[in-house]
Design a protein around this ligand. Structure first.
Ligand code: FAD
Ligand code: SIN
Length: 531
């Protein structure tokens, strides 16, 4: 029996593990992760972390205002205020744990700018900020005796009263979490881990689309688990597509060309070299992401081209090489000299703005279950996330969860009842994996064709019908087949596809990242979507 069980080893999970381990030196903090410990969206973050540090030019109020504008009427203003003000201290903790952000000659932080930001405020480590954060956190975790990371442990489902034979529905008020069932990928055994507190830090779900910047772990597992356990999820229709992923057919994930490149002056162009954004937005190539991604999508559809271009040829060479060495090298490796050639780019699924619904302390609708990071819906992002606000949200909420756990843990009584072991009766090894891999392809096709950047009722209806067929086939497989990570991910991804599509159908307006040609205007009242 654990006291605190954390699922996920990205910025959200690891920062919480460090805090709880220091506070409770006598307790073991267990972190489960389904792949290698550094496999995470966190490791891929490029642009950096948005936080006000230059108080001569910038203010918390300006950062709050930029966040609210991007969120298009759906942000929770109280949460925005909390994250942006408390974020300053949390970033100092990251620095104290060993994260290096780039500094200028005079020792002041170098600040980047991204779409929707009114000031330069993004702390970064060259163009590999996430790699640097993950490195520092893991190093610190390895030095901390009472944190144990179990890699290659795939969490399947949450333990609730349902496993004691009680009937639970979405309106049951006292659903409680008592632990998880987990597939140990080293032994292929399914284990039951009981815990007083469980924290989901399982990240996003970009993998449900064909083109995505997210690595293979991003399959929405935590969100799907909560929905299956009859917990509340919200605002899932708001999927952020990053406008500038490198166009490389057949390669997954798509390599990101950070928005900070446009912050430093790069310009989006069509094939014939004209300024792509000129007819779309006065802010040009640095307009907010939803606008730029839609403009690129529109130009691709109009021209029949499968990509557009990012032009860096006019940019200062020394500065570019210093700030974006990784992008320079990646482009070079595929035959693109960024100082001579335009970079071919496409929009790619990038970030989940909605997720497991939580309150200001990261508490989900299920008792003793918390969620933080990309898998959660805190109210910070509303209908569209401001660039580089997600790393900040993850550390602010892991701290708030830590504070709540300190109060709650001593009061939690674990029930005497015996939770059953996993029952695999009636299942046998799959004859061939092609059924699962083909279903994953179909799912990605459905989501990309019908529930992408631009939507309408007919497309959403078709997506629902196709998803239902996939769901039926997969549930049958799940009942009869030995469990594998591929099958679990397929099942979770279908659930996420269904939740996005259903939320999108409920939204009879266009707002932020959700754009439908059937309702191109805002509704009179801005409301979230809760499932
Ligand atoms: P993750 O870092 O994704 O970690 C999730 C963890 O959960 C992983 O360890 C995974 O293995 C584990 N997990 C998942 N499912 C299971 C399961 N079933 N069982 C066990 N373990 C599981 N944001 C910014 O603020 N600034 C940026 O510059 C930026 N750039 C980005 C660039 C790219 C290319 C990408 C993909 C994202 C970027 N983001 C950026 C977004 C940001 O990186 C993520 O939102 C953030 O890192 C998410 O952190 P997390 O801890 O919530 O999840
Ligand atoms: C980027 O570097 O462009 C991504 C930043 C983000 O997604 O927050």
């Amino acid at each position: 029996m654990a006291d605190i069980l954390i699922i996920g080893s990205g910025i959200a999970g690891l920062s919480l593990a460090l805090k709880t381990a220091e506070k409770f030196p006598e307790k073991k903090i267990l972190v489960l992760t389904k792949a290698n410990e550094d496999d995470s969206n966190t490791q891929y973050a490029q642009g950096g972390i948005a936080v006000v540090t230059d108080f001569q030019k910038d203010t918390f109020e300006k950062h709050i205002e930029d966040t609210l504008i991007a969120g298009d009427g759906l942000c929770n203003e109280k949460i925005v205020d909390i994250v942006i003000r408390e974020g300053r201290q949390r970033v100092d903790e990251l620095i104290n744990w060993g994260t290096n952000f780039d500094k200028g000659d005079e020792g002041n932080y170098k600040l980047g700018k991204e779409g929707g930001h009114s000031e330069f405020r993004v702390l970064h480590h060259k163009d590999i900020t996430g790699w640097e954060i993950e490195r520092a956190l893991l190093e610190k975790v390895h030095q901390t005796k009472n944190i144990e990371i179990s890699q290659h442990h795939f969490v399947i489902d949450l333990l609730t009263q349902h496993h004691l034979g009680r009937i639970i529905t979405r309106v049951t008020e006292d659903i409680q979490c008592y632990g998880v069932y987990v597939l140990n990928l080293k032994t292929n055994q399914i284990e039951k881990i009981e815990s007083k507190i469980v924290v989901l830090a399982t990240g996003g779900f970009g993998q449900i689309y064909r083109a995505t910047t997210n690595p293979s772990i991003a399959t929405g597992d935590g969100i799907a688990m909560v929905y299956r356990a009859k917990g509340r999820v919200a605002n899932l229709e708001f999927v952020q597509f990053h406008p500038t992923a490198l166009y490389e057919p057949g390669v997954s994930p798509n390599f990101l060309i950070t928005e900070a490149v446009r912050g430093d002056g790069a310009i989006l162009r069509t094939k014939n070299g004209s300024d792509l954004m000129a007819n779309y937005d006065a802010r040009g190539s640095l307009a907010p992401r939803d606008i730029v991604a839609r403009a690129i999508d529109n130009e691709m559809k109009k021209s029949g081209e499968d990509h557009m271009y990012l032009d860096c040829r006019h940019m200062d060479k020394e500065n570019f090489l210093h700030h974006f060495p990784n992008i320079y090298e990646k482009c070079k490796s595929v035959g693109i000299d960024v100082f001579k050639d335009m970079i071919p780019v496409v929009p790619a699924a990038h970030y989940a703005c909605g997720g497991i619904n939580v309150d200001a302390h990261g508490r989900t609708s299920i008792k003793n279950l918390y969620a933080c990071g990309e898998c959660s819906n805190t109210g910070l992002h509303g209908a569209n996330r401001l660039a580089s606000n997600s790393l900040l949200e993850a550390i602010v909420f892991s701290h708030r969860i830590f504070e709540d756990i300190c109060k709650a843990l001593p009061t939690i009584e674990f029930p005497n009842e015996q939770f059953p072991e996993w029952n695999a009766d009636g299942t046998s090894d799959p004859k061939e994996m092609v059924i699962i891999t083909q279903s994953i392809k179909e799912l990605k096709d459905i989501m990309s064709s019908y529930v992408g950047i631009v939507r309408n009722n007919a497309r959403l209806r078709r997506a629902q019908e196709r998803l239902y067929l996939l769901f039926k086939d997969t549930e049958e497989l799940y009942e009869t087949t030995t469990i594998s990570p591929q099958l679990l991910e397929l099942r979770n991804m279908i659930t996420i596809g269904y939740l996005i599509t259903r939320s999108a159908k409920l939204r009879k307006e266009s707002r932020g990242l959700h754009y439908t040609t059937d309702y191109p205007e805002h509704a009179r009242v801005a409301e979230g979507t809760m499932l």
